[in-house]
Design a protein around this ligand. Structure first.
Ligand SMILES: Cc1cc2nc3c(=O)[nH]c(=O)nc-3n(C[C@H](O)[C@H](O)[C@H](O)COP(=O)(O)OP(=O)(O)OC[C@H]3O[C@@H](n4cnc5c(N)ncnc54)[C@H](O)[C@@H]3O)c2cc1C
Length: 458
């Protein structure tokens, strides 16, 4: 039995950072990884997809070169082996850096293998038995594979196996019109695949406002992504070399046939083979570990961080979980999950930057509010760059004048959103932002301009 002050299960976005803080505070730490160091973000999530999206953007821009007066000597080709090699280099460097930093961290012992609880304070990795007063779970999640009839008999792809693709699928069927599905859909369309998105809900990314969802659908349709909403998948079968998906729309069945099938309909936590019952750690009906506002589970001495606690599904929420746990444990600083403001981006082109409440949420709250919108066509920087798709929207509390939320679908929306997010964290009224002098020419300079047009939300 090896004794430690702390055991960390998983090397996702909170585990390694927490290991470093604990070791710096003089604790002996064991950290366990069963597969790739750095977890989803680094190996099969953010880093590789954003690297691939950069290649897809280059292809897209090259095809538009003539619009900028640039001559490309012939048709634009995409070398998928080279695209994958670039992605592997970027992802690999990040994963190796996490592995190296943990393996050379004094006071931290790395175990490679699958960890399972055998008791509240005891975790086994293969034959190794580890014990600690404190255990931190950072096991993340994986693609949800739904019980669709026939699915097991056809080859399908997930975000993980997509990372091995070094060829151009002739026709990619994407099940799921949400964040992960749409990023892959646009990316592969730009690489040259025919792409069909099949979505059960009446519109794409149903969590977003209707106008945002419609604008994104339009952008994708203009690039000839075939979008089918209101389509319930009732079966999947092999059709020669193809995959056939049977869908039902308003009682009528039809088949959609493609060369490859990507599942992007959601995630599930990696908690099903963790021996949580041995430690009596409580989960909800979907397997997410239940935690309080400081990320403590129901068992004293056990915390859950990152996607597996269901309190966030992003790299930044997982990293923020680390900050909250470290602040409470080591800094006597009572940080809480409820302190954070919703923020994320969808990395289509143009991207969607989101902060705080949607318009639908503001309406539902019933509070008096102000709203302002601006088309990206009216943003000079976007015009100059020839990237004028999308629009920006901001909502402000009618009484306090604090910003309630924003959706920025447009050039640099993923970056510009931070000028709004930071004012929200400062709890300053929108007038502070409205009076700020921003740099010209940028997209950000139009946020104060947009605020001049605030009008009551009808
Ligand atoms: C395609 C895709 C794109 C994404 N893009 C973005 C984006 O652009 N921005 C963003 O913020 N988020 C994005 N995300 C989400 C983001 O990747 C995750 O929210 C983030 O990685 C947080 O993960 P985590 O820290 O919870 O754990 P993870 O990163 O999932 O890591 C968990 C680790 O635990 C290990 N593990 C699991 N069980 C065990 C066990 N029993 N024993 C030992 N080790 C174990 C796993 O092998 C893994 O390495 C994306 C996700 C996907 C799928």
């Amino acid at each position: 039995m090896a004794n430690y002050d702390a055991i960390i299960i998983g090397t996702g976005q909170s585990g390694p950072a927490l290991a470093r803080r604990l070791v710096a505070a003089g604790r002996q730490v064991a950290i366990i990884e069963r597969k790739l160091f750095g977890g989803t973000c680094v190996n099969t999530g953010c880093t590789p997809t954003k690297t691939l999206i950069a290649s897809a953007y280059a292809a897209h821009l090259a095809r538009r070169a003539a619009e900028y007066g640039v001559t490309v000597g012939g048709p634009v080709g995409v070398d998928m082996k080279a695209v994958k090699a670039r992605k592997d280099a970027v992802s690999g460097a990040s994963s190796n850096a996490v592995e190296r930093s943990l393996k050379t961290l004094k006071g931290c012992t790395v175990y490679e293998g699958h960890a399972r609880f055998v008791g509240p304070k005891q975790v086994n990795v293969g034959e190794e038995e580890l014990r600690a007063e404190r255990v931190f779970i950072n096991v993340g999640g994986r693609a949800l594979v739904p019980p669709i009839p026939g699915l097991d008999d056809v080859g399908y792809l997930t975000n993980s196996s997509m990372m091995d693709v070094d060829f151009l699928p002739r026709h990619l069927l994407v099940l799921g019109g949400s964040y992960v599905g749409l990023e892959f859909a646009q990316m592969y369309r730009r690489f040259g695949s025919q792409v069909t998105v099949i979505e059960l809900a009446p519109r794409l990314i149903a969590r977003e406002d209707d106008d945002v969802s419609r604008a994104i659908a339009e952008i994708l349709k203009e690039e000839n992504v075939d979008i089918r909403v209101n389509n319930k998948v009732v079966g999947v079968e092999q059709d020669g070399k193809n995959v056939a998906v049977t869908v039902e729309t308003e009682g009528t069945r039809s088949r959609v046939v493609g060369s490859h099938l990507l599942l992007a309909i959601g995630r599930r936590p990696n908690t099903d083979d963790l021996g949580l019952d041995k430690a009596e750690v409580a989960t909800d009906s979907r397997g997410y570990i239940q935690v309080d506002d400081q990320l403590r589970t129901n068992v004293p001495g056990i915390w859950a961080l990152g996607d597996c606690n269901g309190r966030g599904a992003f790299t930044h929420t997982s990293y923020n979980d680390f900050e909250i746990v470290a602040a409470n444990l080591l800094d006597n600083d009572q940080r809480r999950v409820s302190d954070r403001i919703t923020a994320y981006a969808l990395y289509t082109d143009p991207p969607l930057g989101r902060a705080g409440m949607t318009e639908a949420e503001v309406r539902k709250s019933g509070r008096p509010a102000l709203i302002a919108t601006m088309a990206m066509e009216d943003v000079s920087r976007a015009y100059e760059k020839g990237e004028t798709k999308g629009f920006m929207k901001i909502l402000v509390d009618g009484e306090t004048k604090q910003i309630l939320g924003a959706s920025l679908l447009g050039l640099s929306g993923d970056e510009v959103i931070h000028c709004i997010l930071d004012v929200m964290y400062a709890k300053a009224p929108a007038t502070v932002l409205q009076r700020a002098m921003h740099i010209h020419p940028t997209v950000s300079e139009f946020i104060p301009t947009m605020l001049e047009d605030l009008a009551p939300l009808q």
